[in-house]
Design a protein around this ligand. Structure first.
Ligand code: ADP
Ligand code: MG
Length: 582
């Protein structure tokens, strides 16, 4: 983790900052401040002339114009500043989303998606406010401070000392309270991120929560976070309750001191009434910037913290999708050569793949069978390059897999994953997700027919335009699987990988799918992970995986006579099938 302030400057350097807009907005803010400094001076002259019995018409007009001008300039400046802020926020958010989408699988395995998005979004706002409202406010405050010191000193240096003495004393009272407020602001943000992270995860798995009767347990867990936030809110309220009156008190104290001392001076004739009124008006010009100064340091450190988090995200190495050689032509053999793999860095020896060697010949069907947890899905993930193996090599023809261009390589693969998840959206959107060119209506329908999905899609309330719900919850597992297979027909991949593609199907759909797969797997390099051995009997080769290794490979008949584990599995399953059909 880099130093927060360094992270902030680095973040600023990689952000798109609308400098011109910011400069113009700052100029407006400075003009507004200057006008604010001018008003008490006009007022002083006004009182002076009125006291002398003159009707100061030009001065009144001048005062009204300055006040009106100040209002207009202030409004325009605020709008420009907000615009600059939105430009920065949008740019930062785009960068972050791009980053999140391109980060590799190991990152996403570790990340809490809800917490990540919540923090990324709120930290963006924190940085933006520092660079717009806070920074420009600081500039204006410096001008207001310096300006009022100079003007007041010229008007009456003794009264100036009284004013600044009082303001400084008030500031010393307020400062410790104000800093604690910002510290709480950071805790509130962290608490909110934690709560929304947990909640996003729970709401995404409502079926599990309900089926486990865990609603109240989860409510309890949420309550803890909510109560934490409540306590923070109470603390914030206590501080605010102390801060408001303290500020009023300090202001009144300063006012009384100025009025008392100034009044006495007016009495002795060494100060005019106009100047005294001007001083009281300047009191506001001095106090507001002082508060701004005092909170700026806290905002700066909060924004630096946010920047460190955002920079951390932006610094994560992303997958390089464009680097590397072109994807190989059809007909290259996939070879695993003593591949070991474990998830996570701090693994103490437990290898998921433990020296796995396997040849997957082109244009043929290879089946992976074995107990759950053997590492079958991991093999498919490594082929998709979701993870890098710890050691050993995977080759395509003669090329090492990781020298190929990632995007091109993934496009050559059709992958039907185990749970066949979908994204929220329509059936059509899911079918066409990521396709380089939009298929025609005819092609979509052909693919659906080939995957035996046309009937159920036609029966959906809005056919292809039916919303499938978050992760496709409105469809059955088998339906999702058939859509995934239809997608594979649409993409026409060189390599096809099916992870337990028939696991969620009833016997009838399974028969239909098997026919569909027979069409699909013709002449393609196919890797099927099969739970039900009856579906892979016809495979060109069957590899048996146990604890991250291949312990046997061959055709069904060979394995039946040579591999005890395989024979056992087949016999157990056919016994079960027999019982089911009997
Ligand atoms: P199979 O598909 O043969 O049932 P997997 O390849 O899915 O087995 O998993 C093999 C082992 O790897 C399991 O013990 C599992 O706990 C572990 N594993 C799988 N995916 C991950 C992951 N993303 N992070 C950490 N461990 C994982
Ligand atoms: Mg699996």
């Amino acid at each position: 983790m880099q130093h927060p302030m360094k992270a902030l400057t680095r973040l600023i350097r990689r952000m798109r900052i609308p400098w011109l807009l910011l400069v113009v907005a700052s100029v407006f803010a400075l003009i507004e401040t200057a006008a604010g400094l001018w008003v008490p001076l006009i007022t002083r002259d006004l009182i002076g002339e009125a006291g002398a019995g003159i009707v100061p018409r030009p001065l009144i007009i001048q005062l009204v114009l300055v006040i009106l001008g100040q209002a207009v300039v202030s409004g325009v400046g605020l709008y420009l500043l907000a615009r600059a802020g939105e430009i920065m926020t949008a740019d930062l958010r785009t960068q972050l989303v791009g980053r999140l989408l391109h980060l590799p699988m190991p990152f996403h395995d570790e990340a809490q998606s809800g917490e990540l998005t919540s923090r990324a979004m709120s930290d963006t706002v924190t940085v933006k406010s520092l660079l717009t409202v806070e920074a420009v406010g600081l500039l204006a405050s410096i001008l207001a401070m310096v300006g009022s010191i100079v003007i007041l000193w010229v008007l009456d240096w003794r009264l100036t000392l009284v004013l600044f003495g009082c303001s400084l004393a008030g500031l010393l009272l307020i400062l410790p309270i104000a800093t604690r407020l910002t510290a709480i602001g950071k805790d509130v943000q962290d608490g909110q991120a934690k709560l929304s992270g947990r909640l996003a995860g729970v709401l995404a798995e409502m079926r599990l929560v309900k089926a486990s009767c865990a609603e109240n347990e989860e409510l309890g867990r949420a309550r803890e976070s909510v109560d934490d936030l409540k306590r923070l809110g109470y603390r914030e309220a206590r501080i605010m309750a102390a801060l408001g009156p303290t500020m009023t008190l300090a202001m009144s104290g300063a006012m009384v001191a100025i009025l008392g001392y100034g009044g006495a001076r007016v009495g002795t004739g060494t100060l005019t009434v106009g100047t005294l009124v001007a001083f009281i008006l300047y009191l506001f010009q001095v106090v507001v910037p002082m508060i701004q100064f005092s909170t700026f340091a806290a905002s700066l450190s909060k924004a630096a913290g946010a920047a460190a988090y955002l920079s951390g995200l932006l610094d994560e190495t992303v997958e390089d999708r464009t680097e590397g050689g072109p994807a190989p032509l059809r007909g290259a053999t996939l070879t695993f050569d003593s591949v070991t793999h474990s998830y996570g860095q701090d693994d103490d020896g437990a290898q998921v793949l433990d020296g796995l060697s396997l040849e997957i010949p082109a244009g043929k069907m290879t089946a992976l069978v074995g107990p759950s947890g053997a590492g079958k899905t991991t093999v498919l993930s490594l082929i998709e390059r979701f993870y890098r193996p710890d050691s050993g090599t995977i080759r395509v023809g003669d090329e090492p897999l990781d020298t190929l261009q990632l995007a091109a390589w993934r496009r050559t693969i059709g992958y039907v994953p185990q749970e066949a998840p979908l994204l929220a959206g329509t059936v059509r959107e899911n079918l066409c997700l990521g396709l380089e060119s939009q298929p025609s209506e005819r092609e979509v329908n052909d693919a659906l027919a080939a995957a035996r999905a046309n009937e159920f899609v036609a029966n959906l309330p809005e056919g292809l335009d039916t919303e499938v719900g978050e992760r496709g919850v409105k469809l059955s597992g088998g339906q999702r699987q058939r859509l995934a297979i239809a997608r594979a027909f649409l993409t026409d991949p060189d390599i096809l990988m099916l992870d337990e593609a028939t696991a969620n199907l009833d016997a009838e759909s399974e028969e239909a799918i098997r026919a569909a797969l027979a069409d699909l797997t013709q002449e393609r390099t196919t890797l099927v992970v099969a739970h039900r051995l009856s579906t892979v009997r016809e495979a060109d080769q069957i590899a048996i995986m146990e604890s991250g290794r291949v312990t046997g490979i061959g055709r069904h008949e060979e394995l039946m006579s040579t591999h005890d584990v395989y024979r056992d599995l087949v016999e157990k399953q056919s016994l079960e099938d027999h019982r089911l059909t009997a």
